[in-house]
Design a protein around this ligand. Structure first.
Ligand code: PGA
Ligand code: MN
Length: 480
């Protein structure tokens, strides 16, 4: 791999998202995780209060600056997710076949608290309710209004505040809750690069989030989490409205049949790729590493197969948030990604070229392919990309060579941390709209991203920072 970085772990093309939590929020650990290949930290706001997140977002930014290694922040909002309340004793023991109660309040019977009245009211006789990633299953016997009698279908010990899934149910819950708005308020003072919306159901959910963000001046890109049947049914409109997608396999695997997951993962990744919108493959990638320093063979294959699917990013959740081996998980994930990328061949897609920008980008990719057939000497693409669009359009082709995106926007630089194969480089142009390739190449050589004599394919416009102003594709040798 030709492009150098301060940390070899960042020389990969598939990006790594790590969820921060009690196992990974010390300055030392954050530093090690960044050095080991984390590109994006996910802040899962269904745990921790606003201050918890604010303090740690600041900390990640501080450490990223100290290490001079850009890292992006993804704020993951809870959305219309359903959770049970707290048990008086932290957990309860459930016996198979017993009858218990779902209610807003504790009663003399064995009770699971459902804080949301709407959810309770919606439960119908014989309906199946799943709790805690589907490990606990209940059948509704009778809805008495204030309380709902249910039959326990599997035994075990259930902890407080676990997630609830009602497969196939179409509940009219608000897509953004009060707690989410408080997190958005926080993001005004402490900017984030991405905002993810859990349980996105339709285009309107994203539009509402956009409105709330606009109101506050929060400028992050929006990631729609695909985690129930509705989001699958409405996927095209959601993809059209959002800036990126998360294949949220955790809840998706409870809301639809588990065996469908690989199919939808591939389909979603391909559709995102065709549009040049980043896609994250998430959840249980190295799950056993929560308790064990080595992953299972199946988990290693899962990460590798996501790379074979050409996902933009792979994600760790509990592994880094509350597991015992957060660093090992990132290190192993990075090794799998690097090795697999190196062994895997290239892949062609029929990406649409319905705009002049896309046509120009295709021209650049074809030039690269043509040159590769001649002498295989092209080292990288250099793309002048103020908004990141040109870099994303090129990334759709998943070229074997790195895409160096030169931008004068810190925002764009950070947002490209989720895009496959792109190394964004911040460069200030002292002469306003005027750019010179000489100045750009000098900077890239100084930063050791390129070396004298390297051959690169360049995409640029006549002037700097004109939207859709891309007009020139050229083959250049770095000399000065
Ligand atoms: P979560 O989302 O970790 O916030 O639940 C991801 C998933 O469900 O896979
Ligand atoms: Mn989820």
């Amino acid at each position: 791999m030709e492009v150098r970085s301060l940390f070899p772990a960042h020389m990969k093309k598939t990006k790594i998202v790590a969820t921060i939590g009690p196992s990974s929020d010390s300055p030392k650990m954050i530093e090690k995780l960044i050095e080991s290949g984390v590109d994006v930290f996910r802040f899962n706001t269904k745990h921790g209060d606003v201050d918890w997140h604010r303090v740690r977002i600041k900390l990640v930014k501080k450490i990223s600056a100290k290490l001079r290694q850009p890292v992006a922040i993804l704020l993951d909002l809870q959305g219309p997710e359903i959770r049970i309340g707290k048990f008086p004793e932290a957990e309860i023991k459930l016996e198979c076949g017993e009858t218990i109660v779902f209610s807003q309040e504790q009663s003399s019977e064995k009770t699971i608290i459902f804080p949301n009245k709407k959810v309770l009211q919606s439960l119908k006789k014989d309906q199946i309710v799943l709790i805690d990633d589907g490990f606990f299953k209940f059948q509704v016997l009778e809805n008495q209004g204030k309380k709902v009698l249910v039959k326990v279908l599997c035994a075990g010990i259930l902890g407080s505040r676990k997630g609830v899934n009602l497969p196939g149910a179409d509940l009219d819950l608000p897509s953004i809750i009060q707690a989410d708005l408080e997190k958005l308020d926080m993001a005004v003072k402490e900017p984030v690069d991405f905002v993810a919306l859990s349980f996105t159901r339709s285009r309107e959910d994203i539009q509402l989030l956009k409105k709330e963000m606009l109101k506050r001046g929060v400028r992050a890109k929006i990631i729609a989490k695909i985690e129930n049947k509705k989001s699958i049914d409405n996927f095209s409109q959601i993809l059209d409205e959002a800036d990126g997608i998360m294949v949220a396999r955790g809840d998706l695997g409870v809301e639809i049949d588990l065996y469908q997951i690989p199919y939808w993962q591939k389909k979603i990744i391909n559709q995102c790729r065709e549009l040049g919108k980043p896609v994250i493959t998430a959840t249980q990638m190295l799950q056993s590493m929560v308790n064990c320093p080595k992953p299972t063979r199946a988990e290693v294959s899962d990460v590798a197969n996501a790379v074979y699917d050409y996902t933009d990013a792979v994600m760790l959740s509990g592994e880094t948030a509350n597991g015992n081996y957060p660093l090992e998980a990132v290190q192993i994930m990075n090794q799998i990604v690097c090795y697999t990328e190196d062994k895997r061949g290239s892949s062609d897609i029929q990406a649409k070229t319905d705009t002049s920008l896309k046509a120009i980008v295709k021209g650049a990719f074809n030039l690269y392919k043509g040159m590769t057939a001649v002498n295989d000497n092209v080292k990288a693409f250099v793309v002048l990309s103020q908004t990141g669009t040109t870099a994303k359009m090129l990334s759709r082709y998943r070229p074997e060579k790195p895409i160096i995106a030169v931008t004068e926007s810190i925002e764009t630089r950070n947002q490209l941390l989720l895009t496959y194969g792109v190394y964004a480089d911040f460069l200030h142009f002292p002469r306003g709209n005027i750019h010179s390739l000489r100045m750009i190449f000098q900077d890239l050589v100084k930063k050791q991203l390129l070396a004298k004599g390297d051959l690169v394919v360049v995409i640029k416009g006549k002037q700097w920072k004109l939207p859709d102003g891309m007009s020139t594709v050229s083959l250049e040798t770095i000399v000065f």
